[in-house]
Structures are given as structure tokens and as C-alpha cells.
Design a protein around this ligand. Structure first.
Ligand SMILES: NC(=O)c1ccc[n+]([C@@H]2O[C@H](COP(=O)([O-])OP(=O)(O)OC[C@H]3O[C@@H](n4cnc5c(N)ncnc54)[C@H](OP(=O)(O)O)[C@@H]3O)[C@@H](O)[C@H]2O)c1
Length: 210
């Protein structure tokens, strides 16, 4: 199957790992980035579209002009306490697909603890979520709701705490149940994301480093 891939959030810490992973497999892709962030992709060679994911016209334009088979969503906010960027940005992507009658599978970087994975968390992880990142978690909850309404299908990846260590390639993936670790490298998340995209994996999976 010939894929046409779009990556939202390409300039982010996980996004650049996804660029690296796609390029290591010689997979062509498009990257949607804000104008001021184009330089963050200087080591990579995607087809770049500049825009703001919160501006529906920007998102509609690129979706209307292309027939993407797969859309990767790795958007986020560096303000760990807040933002509605994940849900509002994803809502725009799904709405642009629907209003243009397009079908693409969404591959979304969410977070462990969202939705039914809340039960996977240990008591102190629940406390951290409630005390420090409740707004981000709420944003991911709303994001996941938009994603599950996507007619083209979805794969939601729910990582535990992200870090920038080199990816060992060894991860643990769970549909349910507690994970043994509370960290995962962004490189490992990227590798899993691209593996699962290539393998047509769907549904929701939580992941941590092995
Ligand atoms: N940190 C953790 O431990 C952890 C754990 C589990 C899950 N997560 C989730 O994993 C995801 C990725 O995390 P990360 O650390 O890679 O995020 P990040 O480095 O903050 O990257 C966020 C990306 O979103 C882009 N973005 C933000 N607002 C945008 C807008 N209006 N239009 C277009 N692009 C926009 C940013 O672009 P710019 O470069 O232009 O700013 C950047 O490319 C996040 O959703 C986060 O909540 C994080």
C-alpha cells in the first residue's frame, strides 16, 4: 500500500524523533510546522507545510490539497500544566478530514493514564497527574474523544514519562494493566509509532521502556 503521511508536531521533541525514524526507513512524509519552527527541522527533509494547527483554514488547506493515508499527531505544549492545543488541534484535523470527505488513519501520541488506562497508574502516579498535569491530562482526554470519532480509524499511543535517552528498542506495550516502568524514551515511542503505522495497528496501547 502506498502511504502518504502527514506529521503534525514535527518540530517537537517527539516529533523530531519520528522524523528521524521515518527517514531511517526511507519513508516520505509531510511535516506541518509553525513558520518560526521550520529551522528545527534543518536536519530532516520532509515536504514542509507551514501553519498553525489551531487555525482551521491552515489545516483544511493541507488536508484538502492532499490524500493522506496516515496522519501522525504529536502536538503538545511545553507548558506542562496547561493548554488546549492537543484537543483543539486534533479537533481541527478530524473536522478538516470530515468536511473534505477524506479518510486517513490517525496515529496519536497521548499519555498513559488517559481514559481506561487511568487504572494502569500506581497511586503516586495518579497523585502526580492530579497535582501537576491535570490540565494536560484533561486535554488528552478530549483529544482521544475526537480521535475515536475519526471514520478513517485510529491508533492511540499512551507513553509514560518521556525522556530523551537513546532508544534501546526494547519496550513493553499493554492494552490494559499496569506497566512496570514509568519512563520511555521518545526515540522508542517514535520507533513503535512507525512500526505500528506500517503494521496497521489500531486501538489504544500504553508503552514504557523494558
Ligand atoms: N512529557 C512527558 O513526560 C509526556 C508523557 C506522556 C505523554 N506526553 C505527551 O506527548 C506529546 C508530545 O510531547 P513532546 O514532549 O514531544 O512535545 P513538545 O516537544 O512540546 O512538542 C509539541 C509540538 O506541538 C507543536 N505545536 C504546539 N502548538 C502548535 C500549534 N498551534 N500549531 C502547530 N504546532 C503546534 C510544537 O510546535 P513548536 O515547535 O512550533 O512549538 C511542537 O512541534 C504531548 O502531547 C505530551 O502531552 C508527554
Amino acid at each position: 500500500m502506498k502511504r502518504k503521511i502527514m506529521l503534525f508536531g514535527a518540530s517537537g521533541s517527539t516529533g523530531v524523533q519520528i522524523c528521524k525514524e521515518l527517514e531511517s526507513r526511507s519513508m516520505n512524509y509531510f511535516a506541518f510546522v509553525r513558520k518560526d519552527s521550520v529551522s528545527k527541522l534543518k536536519l530532516f527533509s520532509p515536504s514542509i507545510t507551514t501553519g498553525d494547527v489551531l487555525v482551521i483554514a491552515d489545516v483544511e488547506k493541507v488536508i484538502n490539497e492532499n490524500d493522506f493515508t496516515d496522519i501522525i499527531v504529536a502536538i503538545g505544549s511545553r507548558d506542562f500544566r496547561g493548554g488546549e492545543i492537543r484537543s483543539n488541534g486534533t479537533k481541527n484535523i478530524v473536522s478538516a478530514l470530515n468536511s473534505n470527505g477524506k479518510q486517513a488513519r490517525l496515529h496519536v501520541v497521548s499519555a498513559n493514564g488517559v481514559g481506561d488506562s487511568w487504572n494502569n497508574l500506581k497511586w503516586y502516579e495518579k497523585l502526580i497527574c492530579k497535582l501537576f498535569i491535570s490540565k494536560a491530562m484533561k486535554d488528552h482526554e478530549l483529544q482521544e474523544e475526537c480521535v475515536t470519532a475519526n471514520p478513517g480509524g485510529f491508533h492511540i499511543i499512551r507513553p509514560v514519562g518521556l525522556n530523551n535517552e537513546l532508544g534501546s528498542g526494547k519496550i513493553i506495550i499493554k492494552k490494559s494493566g499496569a506497566l512496570p516502568n514509568s519512563k520511555v524514551s521518545r526515540a522508542n515511542v517514535a520507533r513503535y509509532l512507525v512500526d505500528s503505522l506500517s503494521g496497521n495497528t489500531m486501538g489504544r496501547h500504553s508503552i514504557c521502556d523494558a
